[in-house]
Design a protein around this ligand. Structure first.
Ligand code: BGC
Length: 439
């Protein structure tokens, strides 16, 4: 009986190749709609820049806001396809009051941190800055854009519907930061793509698989049928906001509940199946269901699962693939006892099934997006990927690669997934340089 319940749930999470094909087709249709400016769950926001070519040079500041950790960097782009260097870096943790208070307070604290960074490093000259702002922003040009909605638990008031760079510039003036010019505003996916393109021009896609999920892709400008201002280039990077995709998804009751309990109900449906913020929530709901059916923990909900967000992604890592010693140590910490082998097996099976489904759904979105990509080489394509799920979750990269091959066949072998650390910071600097070069 217990075994049947567990197997049934794991089977529901197993995505077949034909389900992946359906998702791929639906993604392509939504991408077309987005590029034509029709209603679509994939926004396809123009990024107003092409992929970097490797010749970009100079020192640039980068601001990276996309989660509760906020970073300021000074980046050196050496040019000649040589690896960029982060010359100086500072990380700050934003408080719940800063991400959930007023926009004025949020941008004011960012300005304060930047001023402190400039003072600490005696940066007194004039600097161009690339701003990675990893939320759905409808760019109006390379250095201005309107926030469409908050994601990932951000909720600062007075920002949605407003111009982000304008708000940040006002805060910089208020705080007396005078020697910084925001040259470019970009999404982290675009930054990740650029950070890789600086050293590898075959990179035409950037993916984030971390707290959130999203894809940026280089497309031919002739395929963009919505207004793109005075942009002249033959290709342009598009911030897809792929996390909003909501068609052809085999949603389970757990997905529906995660959505109902989220702060952005009805939005970011595929992000809630893929990204690191939501996977532990799915595991928790499945565990609760198993407990309810008497299939786990003798029908009693352990405290760690009683409330949301106590069981975390890093715990999933351990239960999925940790050594017996590590699992036992974590079990002591979370459950106050060592789990029985059967309990351990079920918990690890659930974690693996949730992570594997995430990888397969992500693979379908990546393959579909590549179908539309404007490549620089017919034989090789690099996909730059950043984010904790891809980097740290045991076996995630392997599952993603295998799923891409399942769906794309031989073509899948030409797709190289490349971990691009700090893409959002280095990439922001690259975009600032690209923007300056293109006037
Ligand atoms: C945001 C995207 C971002 C992604 C990864 C999503 O929640 O909407 O703009 O690229 O997270 O950080």
């Amino acid at each position: 009986m217990k075994g049947t319940v567990v197997k049934g749930i794991v089977r529901k999470l197993d995505l077949s190749v034909s389900q992946m094909r359906r998702i791929r087709k639906a993604v392509e249709a939504e991408m077309d709609a987005g590029l034509e400016g029709r209603k679509s769950s994939i926004a396809m926001f123009p990024a107003y820049c092409d992929a970097a070519g490797g010749h970009e040079q100079g020192f640039y500041l980068a601001l990276d806001l996309g989660g509760t950790n906020f970073r300021v960097m000074m980046v050196k782009l050496p040019g000649n396809k040589r690896k960029p260097q982060v010359v100086a870096e500072a990380k700050y943790k934003l408080t719940p009051a800063q991400i959930g208070g007023t926009g004025e307070a949020l941008f004011g604290s960012i300005a304060n941190y930047l001023r402190k960074f400039m003072n600490d490093h005696c940066y007194t000259k004039e600097y161009g800055l690339g701003y990675t702002f990893s939320f759905p922003v409808n760019l109006l040009g390379i250095n201005e854009g309107v926030l469409m909605k908050w994601t990932k638990d951000f909720s600062a008031s007075g920002v949605v519907g407003r111009k982000v760079v304008d708000l940040q510039n006002k805060a910089l003036r208020r705080k007396g930061v005078k020697n910084v010019r925001i040259l470019a505003l970009a999404n982290d996916t675009v930054g990740t793509l650029q950070a890789q393109a600086v050293v590898d021009p075959n990179c035409v896609m950037g993916v984030i698989l971390g707290t959130g999920f999203n894809i940026a892709v280089r497309v031919a400008t002739s395929h963009i049928h919505k207004p793109i201002g005075a942009y002249q280039g033959a290709s342009m990077i598009i911030n897809m906001e792929a996390g909003g995709f909501d068609r052809a998804l085999p949603l389970t009751s757990y997905d529906l509940q995660v959505d109902r309990e989220s702060g952005n109900r009805g939005h970011q449906r595929v992000e809630k199946m893929i990204s690191g913020k939501y996977l532990p929530q799915l595991v928790r709901l499945i565990v609760l269901d198993l407990v309810k059916h008497g299939a786990l923990f003798d029908g009693v909900v352990p405290t760690v699962f009683a409330q949301r967000d106590v069981f975390k992604g890093l715990h999933m890592d351990v239960f999925d693939a940790g050594s017996v010693k590590a699992v036992n140590a974590l079990s002591e910490e979370l459950f106050g006892r060592v789990l029985a082998p059967a309990e351990r097996r079920i918990l690890s099976g659930v974690c693996r099934a949730v992570a594997r489904r995430s990888a397969r759904v992500a693979a379908a979105l990546i393959v579909a997006s590549l179908d539309k990509a404007e490549r620089r080489s017919a034989t090789r394509v690099t996909v730059a990927v950043d984010g904790s799920l891809f980097e740290k979750y045991p076996g995630y990269k392997r599952m993603l690669q295998a799923s891409i091959r399942d769906l794309a066949g031989v073509e899948g072998k030409r797709i190289h997934l490349k971990l691009t650390k700090d893409g959002s910071g280095i990439g922001a600097a690259a975009i600032a340089a690209v923007s300056l070069a293109s006037g």
